[in-house]
Design a protein around this ligand. Structure first.
Ligand code: ACO
Length: 339
């Protein structure tokens, strides 16, 4: 499959909220959250908009790729928590970075980034573009029930992006699936105020069956990594890096144990960010690239899972000339709105 990641970038809001701070207004503790999830703190939007974060992450990815916005043939934003239902979040990003190409949003919850890679691969295969920007941007903290200790401690806000190129053979295998279940993870849409609406609606807040999702996450990761390795004619042990959805450190640990791989080979960013929904995977990938941990020729197995219930997984080979040659950028702070 002809696709290469040319550059990556991330942006997180400035405000860091620790577990101790949450225990000031919730019946919880740093000990419970750290031990059960591996999360110590998360970044939360205060003055930043999601438009700001998505734009900043996109600019950083373009800079690291050495690609000008005018070269982009499509901008795809994956999000379930946009600033706007219309226009697409991607259209706002496109305007801010100065691109002139089609732009649209894609909603596949936490698996969104991998779904977008598949769409981009199709765009390249049809010869419609040679450069595509995928930006995953989430502001989950806006829809959480901040009185529910079982869910609000898990999430944070952030955006991460990747610039993709049509050249190369960097995508070794890609798998998508959806197992429909609207109750396991649910966030109702805008209720509106139609005088004709007679439907009965619950609260407009995120809800989740946590234990069930935990098991779904572990079994999905194991199944997908084994299938990706088999598709590529490799052994799991031969894969160099593992980038999984950052929902819970114990999910990462259990998956590593089942796969028989050392937990140190599983990228772990959630301690300081919490769950960034679809932005988790590109953010973790950006972290791996900028920490210098990824070299040309190495392979990365990626698995995202979440509401749907959807799973997206892929195996990529990092190619010469891909991202990572630029200077490291801090994972902090869109401090002021960007123009
Ligand atoms: N602080 C203190 N106690 C808590 C907290 C908290 N923050 N949250 C729950 N508890 C309590 C519960 O009330 C319960 O108390 P009880 O025994 O008196 O009833 C006890 O802790 C155990 O609760 P469980 O839900 O069984 O705890 P568990 O160990 O399963 O951890 C968790 C819960 C962290 C949610 C875990 O199930 C999990 O991570 N699930 C997966 C979540 C996930 O993958 N989310 C991704 C969603 S996809 C997307 O990103 C949109």
């Amino acid at each position: 499959m002809g696709l290469r990641i040319l550059g990556t970038g991330s942006a997180l809001p400035a405000r860091r909220v620790t577990n101790e701070e949450l225990s000031g207004f919730l019946d919880t503790s740093d000990e419970w959250i750290s031990q059960r999830t591996g999360i110590r703190a998360r970044r939360v939007c205060t003055t930043e908009t999601l438009d700001d974060l998505a734009t900043q992450a996109s600019r950083r990815a373009l800079e690291s790729a050495g690609v000008d916005a005018s070269e982009l043939g499509a901008v795809i934003c994956t999000t379930t928590s946009p600033d706007h239902v219309m226009p697409a979040e991607a259209s706002v990003v496109q305007g801010s970075i100065g691109a002139s190409c089609p732009s649209f949003d894609l909603a596949a919850a936490c698996a969104g980034f991998v779904f977008a890679l598949d769409v981009a691969d199709g765009i390249f295969a049809r010869g419609r573009a040679r450069r595509v920007l995928v930006v995953s941007a989430e502001r989950c903290t806006r829809y959480l029930d901040w009185t529910d200790r079982a869910t609000c401690v898990l999430f944070g806000d952030g955006a991460a992006a990747a610039v993709l190129g049509a050249e190369g053979e960097g995508l070794l295998s890609l798998r998508l699936s959806t197992q429909p279940d609207t109750g396991a993870l649910d966030l109702p849409g805008i209720p509106g105020s139609s005088p004709f609406d007679k439907t009965v609606r619950g609260p407009q807040l995120f809800s989740m069956r946590g234990r069930e999702i935990f098991k779904f996450g572990v079994t999905s990761i194991e199944r997908e990594v084994r299938a990706l390795a088999a598709d590529a004619g490799m052994e799991v042990a031969d894969i160099d890096h593992f980038v999984f959805h950052q929902a819970n450190g114990r999910i990462l640990d259990s998956a590593a144990t089942r796969l028989g791989i050392d937990a140190s080979r599983v990228v772990r960013t959630l301690a300081e960010t919490g769950n960034l929904s679809s932005a988790c995977i590109p953010h973790a990938l950006d972290h791996l690239v900028r920490s210098g941990g990824l070299t040309a020729g190495q392979t990365v197995a990626i698995v995202g899972f979440g509401a749907g219930l959807s799973v997206g997984s892929c195996l990529i080979r990092w190619e010469e000339g891909a991202a990572g040659t630029g200077p490291a950028l801090p994972h902090a702070a869109a401090k002021a709105p960007l123009t």
